[in-house]
Design a protein around this ligand. Sequence first.
Ligand code: C2E
Ligand code: MG
Ligand code: MG
Length: 623
Amino acid sequence: MFGTLIASLALLSGLALVDSQRHARIVEDIARAGDQVSAYQEAAFLSAREMSLLRASAANPRSAERLQVLGADTETYQATLRIAELNPEATTVVQRQIHLRQVITWYLSMLDNGRIAEARETLESSIAPTYRRNGAKLLELRNRYQQEYDERVAAARHDSRRLLVAGILTFVLSLVVIALFVWNSRAHRRQVETMATTDLLTGLPNRIAFTEQLQRALVVARPDRAAPGVTVLTVNINGFRHVNDQLGPHVGDRLLAEAGRRLSTVVRDTDMVARTGGDEFAIMLRDLDPDRAEDVAARLREAFDEPFQLDDVTVDLEISIGAATAADGDDVSTLLGNADSALHDAKEQHDGYRRFTGQSGQDSADRLTLLGDLRRALTDASQFTLHYQPKIGLGGAGLIGVEALARWHHPARGPVPPGQFVPVLETTSLIHPFTERVLSIALQQAREWLDAGHRIPVAVNLSTRSLLDESFPDRLAALLASTGVPGELLGIEITEHTVMSDPSTTIEALNRVRALGVKTSIDDFGTGYSSMTYLKLLPVDELKIDRSFVADMVTDSSSRALVASSVDLAHNLGLTVVAEGVEDAATAAALAALGCDTAQGYHFARPQSAADLTAGLPERQPA
Ligand code: C2E
Ligand code: MG
Ligand code: MG
């Protein structure tokens, strides 16, 4: 369309150029024809004037006119010469004029000699007819050129009109082209702007667009505090990363697009759904009573009830939602931070929805401070150490291994228990360098003990994120190789929650770890509702019964029953059983009676430094 217009404009301009050149030629022709016409006109006039002077001189030979005849004759002669230059047809006129000049000279001399009658005779018979013929010829030529002149003028008029029309058309077309160009470049700019603010995968607005709109909504909402304000929901798809890892990014992308679509169908047109990154979405609810946000969240979660059907794969997904309502003075980052903090709480508590409260804000501020401190601690070799708690064989085998437990000595706060900082690390990728640090210290310690002749297996606790990290088995292999510790002297403990969060990936990861000779245990058994099916499939060597059941087993019959059935179950599956948190001799005896293999707890030994533990070891154990 645009191209056609430009081509038409170029064609029209080209035609107008050719036309105006032609027009210039016509104008030149007109000027030439005009010159011709006036030259004949002038010659005819001079000739007629000469004749009338001659007649006057014949009537009155002494008159002044007679004297003028010769001058007039010269002028007429020159005029006819000019005509002859313009048009060869006029040469006969010139020749006649030359002949006339001679006759006139005779005629004048007759007058001078008083031969008046003879002179008059010459005038009438010779001079006058020649003048008539010349005059007639001049008029004929003049008329012919006049006609040509008139035709050229008419053609020029016609051409001018055409040029005018072409000029107007070119002008209008140029205007259209300019308008189209402006419109086109605006549309292009709009397209670029849209691309910059749209998430290409889902077609939803992206983070930039969302924060801009939120900023505007906050400015509008502020002056009128009586009206319900702006509520932001941040939404995260639970376990999306694993789906993406297992089924591939192609399926992951389609899931995200479908998730975006489902979220959009729930909210009102005046609300805004955006994809703010990875599997994170943000929703802005305008003019909504904050208490209604929970209803919206419930409907959003219901939108995920139906499984996602992608070709022949069916995927069940759930979402977690954090909500925060703008308070007076809140800016975009505060509001989004509050919603994120509520989302974090929702995930932490395995709760689908959490609304931000001031309390949670304080928590999240503390969390951020703690994270900053942890980040620094990871660059400082001295803040993290390990304590080792012995595992004791109940059949009298004595020390059969140790569990490494992380200790953080905060420079200002002093010792911080792992239950307080490990969950915080687990929410970020800082967990990876932390795990690496713990493994490296534990393996160096195992190496030292080995060098001192003590073969002591060391078990390290592993976070879900570390185990499910693709590169973990390779990094573990590298650490084993660099310390030269045999794989079977290392154990990893993963909680029952880890297993249940993603059983199939866990099984795969455990197999890769076990291939290095490393022993595997399920920690805190009894708290995570493991199904028998998974237990049978899990590549593990050991089951650690959670200390909450062990502590109560002497006094509480149901705890005792659970411990007893766990021991049986483990043995049936060919696993070793460890009872955690054994605090007294009665519990130890009860466990021994149930056939439990190993015990761990304050009754035997507290977690202690490597130096203390080494000091308590017999002089030298057989290697
Ligand atoms: P866990 O793996 O179940 O470790 C056992 C916890 O019980 C330890 O607490 C230990 O000090 C405590 N304990 C041992 N015997 C007794 C007893 O007789 N009575 C009582 N009441 N408690 C006993 P700790 O060191 O505070 O560790 C808590 C949890 O932190 C651990 O539970 C483990 O899940 C986690 N953790 C510790 N170190 C690490 C680590 O390096 N990496 C990871 N990912 N998690 C760690
Ligand atoms: Mg443990
Ligand atoms: Mg435990």
